[in-house]
Design a protein around this ligand. Structure first.
Ligand code: PXG
Ligand code: PLP
Length: 442
């Protein structure tokens, strides 16, 4: 055990950081102390513009009083209620509220604590659904290259980011992947959805021909792939996936952990693209990230199929200690109120054209080889430094942070997703800092 003198925030050793270069970070730590609106304040007292809504999750901006007070009041009233064979009123209220904004007949909501748990839950519901339909042979899960579906074994297996899988080796079986949709030769510097690439969805027909539809449970995709570096779906691509799934009785899952709650300028990507998924996963913006929470919404026919049985036993052998945690429900209900009162999804749609214009203004800056955008998301791809993939973008991230802007990089892509409350002047400031940083890095 470490000596007592080593305890405290100055000893960085004990904490094993997630998805972080631990040794590099601990040699030069970046610690945030407080947050309000569009800004963080670091422990060294600097004000930092939040260009990433935390990790794509603080959609309504930081420190919203209504959410803080809802959490405080709930903590005083009841800390926890068991989630199995018991519940509390807020879970039902929240599910019903969500059903009113969820597209189509996505009317039933299962609660989790994160996007990763939502993904594993959605995959399990798809499998259980087919079984309830008398199709126990439908067990294959189809993901997509470059997909990110969190870090559980299910999400990792259907995911398509090499390093996230390769370190672990032991993945789920019966998984296949569609090709990714990134096509810079055709689509570089597209504004919004690229025109070329709807036919890439036809790879699903090839998978059906290969495996047989009667073996395939579901297809899971991010409607817009975020973590891999902002890949916007080509016009017509998602609709074509939907058609092929319909033709073959395959459950279509949209992983809306990033795209949910206004990020694209609509409640969900389903609504934005006019394509109905059978199951959607969400998390992040559900509580404005104030308390961890995720959710899985399923269409009526899936829920009904699971409920339609003779016995009176448990219909789904799945759940979490903290499914529908009271503090998370209180935070989510307050968050949904803010989204409605501020009409925040519409606001995102309204400022998205200015956002697009501003980020594409970086086109002629050094190192830039592509800029992609949709809603309040942008990806700026840099030419990698020879032999040092991701190093240049990481240096831009560090420069921006020094200059008071939080960005996120993945490979050589700078990914931007500010809170939806960002002002036009702040968009200008954000773009100016990135521009300066691009000029200063080698
Ligand atoms: N699915 C999708 C589409 C996601 O984007 C998850 C699942 C997993 O959610 P949890 O809550 O278990 O982390 C995500 C999460 C980044 C970044 O900067 C993206 C995520 C998380 C952290 C960082 O790209 N996405
Ligand atoms: N591991 C053990 C030993 C447990 O008892 C439980 C839950 O009771 C879990 C894991 C799962 O934890 P959670 O429900 O928080 O996901």
């Amino acid at each position: 055990m470490a000596a007592e003198t080593q305890l405290g925030a100055n000893n960085l050793e004990a904490y094993f950081m997630p998805f972080t270069a631990n040794r590099l970070f601990k040699a030069n730590p970046r610690l945030l102390a407080s947050a309000k609106g569009m800004h963080y304040t670091s422990t060294d007292g600097r004000r930092i513009l939040d260009g990433t809504a935390g990790l794509w999750c603080v959609n309504a901006g930081h420190g919203r009083r209504r959410i803080v007070e809802a959490i405080q009041a709930q903590a005083r009233e009841m800390d926890y209620a068991p989630s199995f064979q018991m519940s509390h009123p807020l879970t039902f209220e929240l599910a019903a509220r969500l059903a009113t904004i969820l597209p189509g007949d996505l009317d039933h909501v299962f609660f989790t604590n994160s996007g990763s748990e939502s993904v594993d839950t959605a995959l399990k519901i798809a499998l259980a659904y087919h079984r309830s339909q008398g199709n126990p042979g439908r067990i294959k899960l189809i993901g997509r290259e470059r997909g990110y579906h969190g870090v559980g074994f299910g999400g990792m297996s259907v995911g398509g980011i090499g390093p996230n899988r390769q370190q672990f080796g032991n993945l789920l079986g019966h998984v296949d992947h569609l090709p990714h949709t990134h096509a810079p030769d055709h689509n570089a510097f597209s504004r919004g959805q690229p025109q070329w690439g709807a036919h890439l969805a036809d790879a699903l027909e090839d998978r059906v021909a290969l495996h047989g539809a009667e073996t395939i449970a579901c297809v899971i995709v991010e409607p817009m792939a975020g973590s891999t570096g902002v890949l916007v779906p080509p016009v017509g691509y998602l609709r074509r996936l939907r058609e092929i799934c319909d033709r073959h009785g395959i459950v279509l899952i949209f992983d809306e952990v990033i795209t949910g709650f206004g990020r694209l300028g609509a409640s969900f990507a389903c609504e934005h693209f006019g394509v109905q998924a059978d199951i959607i996963t969400c998390a992040k913006g559900l509580t404005n990230a104030a308390v961890p929470m995720g959710a899985v919404a399923v269409r009526k026919h899936i829920y009904d199929s699971l409920m339609d049985r003779e016995d009176s036993g448990i219909e789904l052998f799945h759940g979490y200690t903290y499914s529908g945690h009271p503090l998370a429900c209180a935070a989510a209900l307050a968050t949904l109120e803010i989204y409605r009162e501020d009409d925040l999804f519409a606001r995102a749609a309204e400022i998205a054209p200015d956002w697009e214009q501003a980020v594409h203004g970086l086109r002629d800056h050094p190192h830039v080889i592509d800029i992609r955008n949709i809603g309040m998301v942008a990806g700026i791809e840099l030419e990698p430094r020879p032999g040092q993939p991701a190093a240049r973008a990481y240096d831009v991230f560090l420069k921006c942070y020094e200059k008071g802007l939080l960005t996120r990089t993945t490979g050589d892509v700078i990914a931007l997703s500010p809170p939806l409350v960002i002002e036009r002047s702040e968009i200008d400031q954000l773009v100016a800092i990135i521009g300066e940083s691009l000029r200063e890095v080698a």
